[in-house]
Write a protein that binds this ligand. Structure first.
Ligand code: NDP
Ligand code: PYC
Length: 345
């Protein structure tokens, strides 16, 4: 215990978060999967998708927009497409059911896609991407969210913050993983700035009149901006098409219509595509994993860091020293445990 801080081990935090979700009416399968991903966020220093997300999940349960005891259903045929119907539960239980089936099919065919339909998705994508790399696969994951981002040149919320993640397996090392919102920053970052009373950096958002703003309140009421101008806007649109329209699931504007608010967690689908590098290369020019190491070394050799390196360092520290939480965070966890759905509007 340090001043105004508490240290919890990863299993201890996991137990507390899982209990909150059980008390809120979740089945053990749903509660455990959601707790694993929220605690992974805290463990890896990703506060925008850590315990701060619990209240949003509880609000979504209370509003009846997620089924807390849903049992995801795996549908496998002889094609390259493996499907999980999340049955309106959280995406995380669907990942745990779907990723092993995706890996098996990708190993068999060289590539395969996991389609998740009808899930509530509040989390980062790196957990499912990392899980696929553990099978020796390269992987791309994407999903819509809800309309909060103006397309480049526009000023009204239309696209989601639509995350895109990629993973590449590395022998004897943590995988190469990037995972980012296609908005300049995730909406969770704006919310954390609001809570901390901090102004946003310039270039993140527009106010309700379409003018640039650094106020988190005005940004949340206005529109966020895509990263990289027209390039991020186009990638985000691709995600609406591939992981919304193509999957027969909701696009970000449709998600917002369905929820009627951005205070609940979004409900939509997710697309995860896995590739077997050895099958793709056909061993031309040698082992693709060995060749990838040459590239990673050259990146690091310039003094640049690989994406996820900060996260893996944070993970190692949390695993050895525990996770540091503020007094306010500890109080929040206790309030949510005791009051359950009564703690949220
Ligand atoms: P960040 O900008 O914080 O990070 C994006 C990626 O870039 C990370 O992999 C990060 O690695 C890496 N990175 C950051 N700085 C550097 C650097 N200097 N050199 C090399 N790599 C770097 O992410 P966002 O704020 O855009 O997104 C945060 C999270 O929000 C993501 O996990 C995303 O999945 C999630 N999200 C989820 C949504 C949903 O609908 N479910 C919607 C939008 C976002 P590292 O972590 O090691 O810093
Ligand atoms: O941080 O942008 C975000 C976000 C949206 C849905 C889940 N996370």
């Amino acid at each position: 215990m340090t001043e105004n801080k508490s240290i919890l081990s990863v299993p201890a935090l996991l137990e507390r978060v899982e209990t909150i979700f059980i008390n809120a009416g979740c089945s053990r399968q749903q509660a455990a999967a959601v707790a694993r991903v929220i605690v992974a966020g805290e463990r890896d220093g990703c506060k925008s998708h850590g315990i701060y997300r619990i209240e949003g999940c509880l609000r979504t349960i209370k509003a009846g927009k997620v089924v807390p005891d849903a049992v995801p259903v795996l549908e496998v045929d002889d094609s390259a497409i493996v499907r999980v119907d999340a049955k309106s539960g959280f995406a995380n239980a669907a990942h745990e059911v779907g990723i092993p089936a995706l890996a098996e099919r990708a190993k068999e065919l060289g590539l395969a896609a996991l389609v998740i339909n009808g899930c509530t998705h509040f989390s980062a994508l790196w957990p499912e991407v990392e899980a696929a790399t553990e099978h020796g696969l390269a992987v791309i994951a994407m999903c819509p969210s809800y309309a909060t981002v103006a397309p480049a040149g526009g000023s009204e919320p239309l696209l989601g913050t639509n995350p895109l993640a990629f993973g590449w397996p590395r022998n004897g090392n943590s995988p190469y993983v990037f995972d980012f919102a296609t908005s300049v920053a995730a909406r969770g970052e704006i919310e954390l700035h609001r809570r901390a009373g901090k102004e946003l950096p310039e270039g993140w958002a527009l106010d309700g009149d379409g003018n640039p703003t650094t106020s988190p309140e005005q940004a949340l009421a206005g529109a966020m901006l895509p990263f990289g101008g027209h390039k991020g806007s186009a990638i985000s649109t691709m995600i609406e098409l591939l992981a919304g329209t193509m999957l027969g699931d909701l696009t970000s504007p449709e998600v917002l219509d369905y929820l009627g608010t951005t205070t609940l967690s979004p409900h939509h689908g997710e697309l995860i595509i896995a590739f077997d590098p050895a099958r793709f290369s056909g061993q031309r020019r040698g082992n693709p994993l060995d060749r990838a190491e040459v590239l990673f070394e050259a990146i690091a050799g310039q003094g640049a860091r690989l994406p996820s390196q900060r996260r893996f360092n944070a993970r190692a520290k949390s695993m050895s020293d525990g996770i540091e939480l503020t007094a306010a965070e500890m109080e929040q966890l206790e309030r949510l445990r005791q009051m359950g759905l009564g703690s949220v509007d």
